[in-house]
Ligand binder design. Structure first.
Ligand SMILES: C[S@@+](CC[C@H](N)C(=O)[O-])C[C@H]1O[C@@H](n2cnc3c(N)ncnc32)[C@H](O)[C@@H]1O
Length: 303
């Protein structure tokens, strides 16, 4: 008989440290001078326990040191967010009025939202992280502009039931971001969450998710910085346990009822958003899938 794996950080009731890591990267990036910063998340600093740098030079130095140890992560973390926000803007322009973030962490898309007030944001996350996020907002005297939906993707609850109970319109299209999450879920929980999502969102809805290459999860990647990060997050109680490839990521989406419309790797993100002199490298061990919920019905997007 094999021993049960130790409880993860979240199962032990502690907020996600990897969500904190991504917020730290965004908070440092926000300090960089405007023409070199990659995102500009002016609220990320509210969620970090390590003070962000105070000058652009210091911020660049901190992020470039991290990038030289773990190339590819800075680009992926900051630029997947740019891509997601572009997707939201396009969807809203086409009439979509619901945005869902799965495993939202310390995301601040809604706090920075300057589009129509009729757009509603739903954030689904493990209760341990969500509680910490709401506490940080309260400490900063900010009320949350989102509808918070606590849910553990590994505990057998229903996304459809929980979102609907919190006012999500099941018959209206939405944009869904599932960023930085799939690789922390057991493969069966990842597939079950996708199937649940397909059962929740109206046809025409768009989903963006990212994935970690299988080679990082099984230890065969040629990117030593990625393997080191894998060891670090495992020590913190959030191991990467679910690896995919561009082909299996697309197939996983398709199997659940989402048709891929675009697939990007980190290098593609850097080419698209990095400007002429990006301060980060584009090591190639993660990818993104944008996919549309197939079927008949309301769609905010032309085909
Ligand atoms: C790396 S963070 C990403 C956060 C945010 N999406 C971002 O891009 O910064 C991983 C997020 O997934 C959430 N998560 C991990 N496992 C989960 C689970 N079983 N159920 C719900 N959320 C989970 C964590 O709470 C955390 O917010």
């Amino acid at each position: 008989m094999t021993a049960a794996p130790p409880p993860t950080r979240l199962q032990s009731g502690h907020a996600s440290e990897t969500a904190h890591l991504t917020a730290r990267a965004r908070a440092a990036d926000a300090v960089i001078e405007p023409d070199r910063r990659l995102l500009g998340d002016t609220y990320a600093h509210l969620f970090v326990t390590v003070p962000p740098p105070t000058t652009s030079e210091e911020a660049l130095d901190r992020l470039q040191r991290l990038d030289s140890a773990h190339g590819g992560f800075i680009a992926e973390i900051l630029l997947r967010q740019r891509y997601f926000e572009d997707l939201v803007a396009l969807g809203v322009e086409a009439g979509v009025r619901q945005v869902v973030l799965l495993g939202a962490g310390y995301d601040t898309t809604a706090l920075r939202w300057s589009g129509p007030e009729t757009v509603r944001f739903f954030e689904v996350d493990h209760p341990a992280t969500q509680t910490a996020k709401l506490a940080a907002l309260t400490a900063a005297d900010l009320s949350s502009p989102v509808t918070s939906v606590p849910l553990d993707f590994t505990a057998g609850g229903s996304l459809r039931t929980e979102l609907a109970a919190h006012g999500f319109a099941l018959d209206e299209p939405c944009i869904v971001g599932w960023l930085g999450v799939t690789f922390f879920l057991p493969p069966e929980a990842c597939r079950a969450t996708l199937a649940d999502l397909a059962d929740t969102v109206a046809p025409g809805s768009l989903l963006l998710f990212d994935y970690m290459d299988e080679s990082v999860v099984d230890g065969s990647s040629r990117y030593e910085g990625a393997l080191q990060m894998a060891r670090q997050v495992a020590e913190q109680g959030e191991p990467y346990i679910n690896g995919l490839t561009p082909a299996t990521a697309a197939a996983t989406a398709r199997d659940a009822g989402f048709e891929p419309v675009e697939q990007l790797r980190v290098a593609g993100l850097v080419r698209r958003y990095g400007g002429t002199d990006p301060y980060c490298s584009d090591d190639d061990f993660m990818g993104l899938v944008t996919a549309r919920r197939v079927g008949e019905g309301a769609s905010g997007h032309g085909d």
